[in-house]
Write a protein that binds this ligand. Structure first.
Ligand code: SF4
Ligand code: SF4
Length: 381
C-alpha cells in the first residue's frame, strides 16, 4: 500500500502512535538557543524509575514498536541504561537523541552491544563556529568525540541529526560528507518556533529561497532522513519522502518528563496537553482524550482551500502556525508561496502580545562549561 493511500487512515488516528517521543528529562548540560523543550533544569516531578518502567510495559502492551527517547539530555538520567535495556527486553526499539557529551567510549561500547537501538547525535553546524553559536561553546567537539566513540566501538550506522537553519543550510553537502566519513546516516529536521526556538525562529529559519534549494537537495537525496519535517516544501512539486501530513494526536505524540502527554513534541503548551500518564495511563490518554479526538476529525482547509498544492502540503505544520500566532486554518508560516509571511504580517499589532508562549520552561540562566576538547586523530574537521 502506498503512503498516500494510507494517509486517510492515519488522519483518522490509529490505535497506537507510530511516532512516540518520550522526553526522559528536562535536565541538560547544554543550553541550545533553539531547544524545542526549553530544557536545562531537571523537573523535580520527573517520572521515577518505577513509573518509567511501568510506562515502558504499557508501551510494549500497546504494541508500539519503538520509542524516540529525548530530553533534555537523556543520558543525564542515572537510570538511562536501565530504561533503555528494559525497552529492549520488552521488544520496544529505542531511537535516542543525545548531544553526545556523556557518550564516552564505555557508553559507546554498551550501546553497541544493545540490539534494537539507534542513536542520533545532534550537530547544527558542519564547523565549530556555526555549531557552537547555536549549541554552545565546546558542543561541536563533544558531538564529534561521541561520533568517534560510536565509530570506534563499531556501533554501526548511527544518525547525525541536524536542525536546518539559515546559517547551516549551505553546509548540507559537508554534513553529508561527514555522515559518509562515519558510515552514518544524515537526518535533517525543521526549525520550529517551539520552546526557546520561538526566540530565534525569525532570524534562524531558512529563507524562502533557501527552502526551495533545500527541497531540490532533498529530492535528489532520498536516503537523507527527515522524519517528515519538510512536507510543507512538497507544495513545490513532487512529494518528499514521508506521509506528508501533520500527525499530531493522530500518529504522533509526546510524553514529557513528568508524564504529561502532548499532541506532538513541538507543541508543549497547555492547549495541546491531552492528559497525564500518572492519572490514567498512556493508552487511555491516547485513545480517549478529547483533544486527540478533535485532532482526528477532518479539518477545514481554511485559507489554503483555493491553493492548488493543498493536497501536497495540507496547510503545513500546526505547531509552527500556533507559535507564530496563526490559526490552524491559516497557511504554514513558511508556505513556499509566501502566503504564511503575508498572514503573519496581517496579524494585528495588538495580537502580538497575545501570541502563545511556549511553556513550561526549564531553561537555566547559565550554561555549564564543557570539558576542553581533546585531540582527535584521523577525523574530518
Ligand atoms: S504539529 Fe508540526 S511538528 Fe507536530 S506533528 Fe504536526 S506537522 Fe509535525
Ligand atoms: S497556501 Fe497553504 S496549502 Fe498552499 S502551499 Fe501554502 S501552506 Fe501549503
Amino acid at each position: 500500500m502506498s503512503e498516500s493511500s494510507l494517509r486517510p487512515r492515519f488522519e483518522r488516528g490509529l490505535a497506537a502512535p507510530i511516532c512516540l517521543t518520550w522526553e526522559l528529562t528536562y535536565a541538560c548540560n547544554l543550553a541550545c538557543i533553539h531547544c524545542l523543550s526549553s530544557s536545562g533544569r531537571r523537573d523535580p516531578r520527573e517520572l521515577t524509575t518505577l513509573e518509567a518502567t511501568s510506562l515502558i510495559d504499557e508501551i510494549a502492551d500497546m504494541q508500539i514498536f519503538y520509542v524516540n527517547i529525548g530530553g533534555g539530555e537523556p543520558m543525564i538520567r542515572r537510570d538511562f541504561f536501565d530504561l533503555v535495556e528494559h525497552c529492549v527486553a520488552r521488544r520496544v526499539g529505542v531511537k535516542f537523541s543525545t548531544n553526545g557529551t556523556r557518550l564516552d567510549r564505555a557508553a559507546a561500547r554498551r550501546l553497541a552491544a544493545t540490539n534494537y537501538l539507534d542513536v542520533q547525535v545532534s550537530l547544527d553546524g558542519a564547523d565549530v563556529a556555526t555549531n557552537d553559536q547555536v549549541r554552545g561553546v565546546g558542543s561541536y567537539d563533544a558531538a564529534r568525540r561521541a561520533m568517534d566513540n560510536l565509530a570506534g566501538e563499531n556501533f554501526g550506522p548511527f544518525k547525525i541529526s541536524v536542525v536546518v537553519t539559515r546559517e547551516n543550510v549551505a553546509q548540507l553537502d559537508q554534513f553529508a560528507s561527514l555522515a559518509l566519513h562515519y558510515g552514518a546516516q544524515l537526518r535533517l529536521t525543521r526549525l520550529r518556533p517551539s520552546g526557546r526556538g520561538a526566540d530565534v525562529w525569525h532570524e534562524l529559519r531558512p529563507t524562502l529561497e533557501q527552502g526551495r534549494w533545500l527541497y531540490r537537495w532533498l529530492l535528489d537525496r532520498p536516503e537523507v532522513l527527515t522524519g517528515d519535517s519538510f512536507f510543507h516544501l512538497s507544495a513545490l512539486g513532487a512529494p518528499l519522502e514521508g506521509l506528508n501530513l501533520c500527525g499530531a494526536g493522530r500518529v504522533v505524540c509526546l510524553i514529557d518528563p513528568v508524564g504529561d502527554v502532548y499532541a506532538c513534541p513541538f507543541v508543549i503548551h497547555e492547549q495541546f496537553l491531552a492528559g497525564n500518564v500518572r492519572e490514567s495511563g498512556f493508552s487511555t490518554v491516547w485513545r480517549d482524550s478529547e483533544l486527540f479526538r478533535s485532532l482526528r476529525q477532518p479539518g477545514s482547509a481554511g485559507a489554503c482551500a483555493s491553493c492548488g498544492s493543498f493536497d501536497a502540503c495540507r496547510g503545513g505544520c500546526m505547531a509552527a502556525k500556533f507559535f507564530t500566532g496563526l490559526e490552524r486554518t491559516d497557511p504554514d508560516p513558511e508556505c513556499v508561496f509566501g502566503h504564511g509571511e503575508a498572514a503573519m504580517a496581517a496579524l494585528a499589532p495588538v495580537a502580538l502580545s497575545l501570541r502563545p508562549v511556549p511553556a513550561p520552561t526549564h531553561s537555566r540562566r547559565v550554561a555549564v562549561a564543557l570539558p576542553a576538547p581533546r585531540e582527535r586523530r584521523g577525523t574530518l574537521r
